[in-house]
Design a protein around this ligand. Structure first.
Ligand code: CA
Length: 691
């Protein structure tokens, strides 16, 4: 690998010299990689490349596109190293593509058992690979970490990072630091105990593991580096028998590394169940939920933590993108850590010590008025914890003021560009909560999505996404754009004073980094949610983004994607100045076929809607309108009769395609209520012309 790439570099140097000697134009720009998930170890997602700038961005055209061979959601940030673009598609399939042409060099399918889709909260997505030392590292939905040969795609090693009996999944990108590869996992909506692991890059051997939530105090300690901070700091902040459901605290996305300070940072997720009263009945902060933790990368030794949401009851993860940079604060240059977690406040921390320097809300917040800078704690507002019998409208909703879609920081403007979103959620204690192993276990009452046109329009208006340019020193907005839908995608900032952002519902947009004026757009008609990247080869600057249908976007598909096309596989789109490729055309969706008659009372339809929302919606879409490449039940032949409907739902005939049997949870009567709800809501939507 090393020898081969050295030879290639030597050859291109010779060619370059020849061209120069012949008096032709030499490449004005050296080749520039996008080597890490966030481009740098501090994950700024900024590239100084400035060939494409505000003056010429309108000339951007498609250079090439590559279509994945598997449908479903796409959230990856690609990596570009030495002319090869590495990107992960759904199910953790890795594609290595020629970064100039898009031609496939190799692909690797981890062959995940399809039934694992049922324990994935938000689709079988994968947010990217890590590339280092001639290896490509990827996590799989079923909890494996794999190392592939970067040249051939051959599997070098793999290791199971989770207990396969527990509903753990991996959707996040691994990161490399200090010769190790780090990976966390997800599953807190189903009931697991979170942790992050570090493996030797060469052998795949576990070096350390840090649990974020204490285990059963009566049981033996884990024998891991987290034992001491869990005993001394975390355990006193929990009450009751939280370990039965795991407690949550999954490390499912953000990490960053500061080699100078020798600190590795990771974000910790929400509690499980969501409602603290169920998890830790006598209260408590429940460390290390919703926290940022700093450890030594070599050993995992605890150094500091900062908890953004003590005693989380709102699914307010602190797993959102972490950015490391330097800011001048009160005349002093400070090494800072920036985060805009789901709870709606933007945090500036001293990353050497974890000291809170400032925090202001970047979207409206109804759960807390402000962050007290003396105590470092939020000042909660009355009723926000939805006590029994008092449902609460809470802003931000569980979707968060900002979710996993990465932000970017430009040192040129000093601004952070946040894919922010505004939404309000109705929170109410579940009437009949009981922990069901391996199922959705949040403790929050499920509300079926309304199907009448007026309420649907109102709900749609209540969800807004916008690109927010945030001044982290003054803690205030510099500018913001309005987006047509809730889900706006990840962000890239460039030295050309441009900000690129994708969108749910399709398209990549470019904005003036100083003013927010939109200067260019390209309609991919596939959701562009992961972070776009930029790189340079042979004197040309490229912009690349992965796109697809699916991810948790389908939760709000019927709300935010009125112009949904047919679900097809996603892929990678790459643009350059004067690119001449044609964009692939969308396919339109056929009309909903004739619906069978149903005999169900309003109560049964209502109950069917509750069951649908709890067990089916996360895959098949709100109000039975699927937004992903998962079958849309309105078109399904299985809704034609109760007998047919029970074949996949109770008898499991589609298990190999990822549809599990619900026979342990549902009976024939509940199946019929769900079927009646699907038909009823489809018929209602059709009558009102909103299908
Ligand atoms: Ca969550």
């Amino acid at each position: 690998m090393m020898l081969r790439s050295s030879l290639i570099r030597l050859a291109s140097l010779v060619v370059g010299l020849l061209i120069t000697t012949l008096g032709q134009t030499a490449p004005a720009l050296p080749d520039v990689d996008w080597p890490l998930h966030g481009n740098t170890a501090g994950e700024t997602r900024y590239a100084p490349l400035a060939t494409i700038d505000r003056g010429n961005v309108e000339r951007l055209g498609l250079a090439w596109h590559f279509r994945f061979d598997r449908p479903r959601g796409v959230q990856a940030t690609p990596i570009m190293v030495d002319g090869t673009l590495y990107v992960s598609g759904p199910w953790g399939v890795v594609y290595a593509l020629d970064a100039r042409t898009g031609s496939l060099r190799w692909q690797h399918d981890p062959l995940v058992p399809p039934a694992k889709a049922a324990i994935s909260c938000c689709d079988v997505v994968n947010r990217g690979v890590a590339v280092e030392d001639g290896k490509v590292f990827v996590g799989t939905i079923d909890g494996r970490l794999q190392a592939l040969d970067a040249t051939s795609g051959a599997l070098l090693w793999e290791t199971l990072t989770v207990d396969p009996e527990q509903p753990y999944t991996i959707t996040g990108a691994p990161r490399t630091a200090a010769g190790l590869v780090m990976i966390g996992n997800g599953g807190a909506e189903f009931g697991v105990r979170g942790y992050i692991s570090a493996y030797d890059m060469t052998t795949g051997r576990l070096k350390w593991r840090f649990h974020t939530v204490p285990g059963d105090p009566q049981a033996a300690a884990d024998g891991q580096i987290s034992d001491r901070p869990l005993k001394q700091l975390a355990q006193p902040t929990w009450t009751g028998e939280w370990w039965i459901q795991g407690g949550g605290g999954t490390v499912w996305d953000s990490m960053a590394w500061d080699p100078q300070l020798d600190l590795f940072y990771f974000g910790v997720g929400n509690g499980s169940p969501h409602d603290r009263d169920l998890r830790s009945p006598q209260g408590g902060d429940n460390l290390f939920l919703s926290s940022i933790i700093a450890v030594r990368p070599q050993t995992g030794e605890y150094v500091w933590h900062y908890q953004t949401t003590p005693g989380d009851s709102w699914d307010y993860t602190a797993t959102q993108h972490i950015v490391l940079t330097e800011l001048e604060i009160n005349g002093n240059a400070r090494k800072v850590l920036l985060q805009a977690p789901k709870n709606g406040f933007f945090y500036v921390l001293d990353r050497a010590t974890g000291e809170l320097l400032s925090a202001e809300n970047y979207v409206p917040t109804s759960w807390a008025s402000h962050i007290d800078l003396q105590t470092g704690r939020p000042v909660e507002l009355p009723g926000a914890r939805y006590p029994a019998g008092q449902p609460a409208l809470v802003t931000p909703s569980q979707i968060g003021g900002h979710n996993w879609q990465p932000m970017a920081f430009s040192p040129k403007t000093g601004l952070v560009y946040i894919p922010a979103q505004e939404s309000t959620g109705l929170l109410m204690k579940a009437a009949d909560f009981r922990h069901e192993p391996g199922r959705w276990n949040t403790g929050i009452q499920d509300h079926p999505m309304p199907t009448d046109a007026a309420t649907l329009a109102q709900a749609r208006d209540g969800f807004r996404g916008h690109l927010l340019a945030w001044d982290p020193v003054r803690q205030r907005a510099a500018w913001r754009t309005e987006q047509p839908g809730l889900w706006n995608g990840g962000v890239l900032a460039t030295g050309g004073q441009l900000v690129f952002q994708g969108q749910g519902g399709g398209g990549l947009h470019a904005y003036d980094a100083e003013t927010g004026v939109r200067l260019w757009q390209s309609d991919t008609w596939l959701d562009v949610l992961g972070g776009p990247i930029t790189y340079a080869l042979d004197g040309e600057q490229y912009i690349a983004a992965a796109a697809g249908f699916g991810s948790s976007l389908h939760l709000s598909a019927s709300l935010s994607l009125p112009r949904q096309g047919m679900p097809v596989p996603g892929g990678v789109f790459v643009w350059k100045l004067d690119g001449k490729q044609a964009l692939p055309a969308p396919q339109s969706r056929p009309a909903v076929p004739a619906l069978p008659a149903i005999e169900a009372s309003n109560e049964e339809i209502q109950r069917g809607g509750e069951l649908y929302t709890r067990y089916c919606m996360v895959c098949h879409g709100a109000a039975a309108v699927a937004g992903a490449a998962i079958p849309d039940l309105r078109y399904s032949p299985y809704i034609q009769s109760g007998e047919l409907f029970s074949l996949p739902l109770l008898e499991g005939i589609l298990q190999q395609r990822g549809m599990p049997s619900f026979a342990r949870t549902l009976d024939a009567a509940s199946a019929e209520m769900i079927r009646s709800y699907v038909i009823h809501s489809t018929a209602t939507a059709r009558r009102q012309g909103v299908e």
